[in-house]
Design a protein around this ligand. Structure first.
Ligand SMILES: [Zn+2]
Length: 306
C-alpha cells in the first residue's frame, strides 16, 4: 500500500481541509481532517521515515524546537487547557513519522479524554474548513509562518442524502441500468447506503463533489467496495484512486483482511477493472449475492498484515 503521508506531501492526496504551515526543510504541520476536534494538528516529517529513532539530528532538533512552539501557538489560538501529543505511525498506509498535537479544550467530554481522543478521528461531523483555516492561520501568525493553500482531493465520510451526493448517486444508478441488463444491477440505492454496515465516503476538491465510494462490512474479516463512482467531469484526475486507497485504508484499520467487489465485464467498466487490478485486486469466484454470468465479474484483495 502506498504511504498516505508521502502521497500528501507529493500533492497526490489531501489529508486536510485547511492551508498548511511549512515549518522548515524537515517538518510541515496541518489541521487533521476529518476530525471532530478543532485544533487537532499533525506535524508531519517531510521525508518517509518509519520511526522516531530514524530521525536525523537536524530533524530531531526541528521536532524539539517546533513542538513546544506549536503548543504555545495552539494555546493562544484556541484557549486550550492542555495539548495532547501522540506519535504512532502505525495506521494502515501511514507508517510515516507524524506527531498529533491536539488542543484539549477546558470544556471537554470525559469520553474524549486521554487516548480516547482518537475516537474523534472517526467522525461524520468534522470541523469545517472555515474553522480549521482560522486555527491554522492563528497558529501560523503565532509562529511567524505563512499558511500555504493545499489544492487537491479530500476523501472523507459524507452523507449519502446530501443534495449533490444524491444527484451523483442517481447518475450512478442510471448508468448501471443503462449499461447492465435488468436483474444484473447491484448498485446500492440511498436506503441501502444508510445501512449501518455501510460506511460512505465522498471525494471533494474545495467542497465540490468529485466522486463517491462505500465500504460494506460483510461479516468476519471480509468487506466489500460498493458505489464507486467518479463524476463525469472529474474523470482522469486520480479521484477513483484516492477513493479506493481511502476505502482500503479504512478496511485495514477496522481489522478486515479481505476486500472484494463486483463490477461489470463490459468495455465501459474497463477503466474500473484496471484501477482495481492496479491496487492488487484479482478475479475471484462470485461471493455474497453474485452469480456466474456474462455481465458480472468479482475481484478480491487480501490486505497485508499491518
Ligand atoms: Zn511516507
Amino acid at each position: 500500500m502506498t504511504c498516505g503521508s508521502c502521497a500528501s506531501l507529493a500533492g497526490r492526496r489531501v489529508l486536510t481541509n485547511a492551508p498548511r504551515l511549512v515549518l522548515d526543510d524537515h517538518w510541515i504541520v496541518e489541521h487533521a481532517h476529518p476530525v471532530a476536534v478543532p485544533g487537532w494538528l499533525v506535524l508531519v516529517l517531510r521525508r518517509h521515515a518509519r520511526a522516531l529513532h530514524d530521525l536525523t539530528d537536524a530533524e530531531a532538533a526541528g521536532l524539539g524546537r517546533w513542538l513546544p512552539a506549536l503548543a504555545r501557538a495552539l494555546h493562544a489560538a484556541t484557549g486550550c487547557e492542555l495539548e495532547y501529543v501522540a506519535q504512532f505511525a502505525e495506521g494502515a498506509g501511514f507508517h510515516h513519522v507524524h506527531v498529533h498535537l491536539v488542543a484539549r479544550a477546558p470544556e471537554w467530554p470525559d469520553d474524549l479524554r486521554g487516548p480516547r481522543v482518537f475516537a474523534a478521528l472517526s467522525t461524520s461531523d468534522p470541523v469545517d474548513a472555515a474553522e480549521a483555516t482560522r486555527i491554522v492561520e492563528a497558529v501560523g501568525a503565532g509562529l511567524g509562518v505563512r499558511p500555504e493553500p493545499v489544492a487537491g482531493v479530500v476523501v472523507a465520510p459524507d452523507d449519502p442524502g446530501a443534495g449533490d451526493v444524491r444527484a451523483l448517486l442517481e447518475r450512478h444508478l442510471a448508468f448501471a441500468h443503462e449499461v447492465t441488463p435488468a436483474g444484473h444491477v447491484h448498485a446500492l440505492d440511498l436506503d441501502a447506503l444508510l445501512d449501518p454496515a455501510v460506511s460512505f465516503y465522498a471525494a471533494r476538491r474545495g467542497g465540490t463533489l468529485l466522486g463517491v465510494g462505500a465500504l460494506k462490512r460483510l461479516g468476519g474479516d471480509h468487506a466489500e467496495i460498493k458505489s464507486m463512482h467518479t463524476a463525469a467531469e472529474a474523470r482522469g484526475q486520480g479521484v477513483g484512486r484516492a477513493l479506493l486507497d481511502h476505502l482500503l485504508a479504512v478496511a485495514a484499520d477496522s481489522g478486515h483482511r479481505r476486500v472484494s467487489l463486483e463490477t461489470g465485464t463490459m468495455p465501459v467498466f474497463a477503466a474500473a477493472r484496471s484501477l482495481y487490478a492496479s491496487a492488487g485486486f484479482v478475479p475471484c469466484e462470485p461471493f455474497g449475492p453474485y452469480t456466474v454470468n456474462p455481465y458480472s465479474t468479482c475481484m478480491t484483495l487480501t490486505l497485508p498484515r499491518p
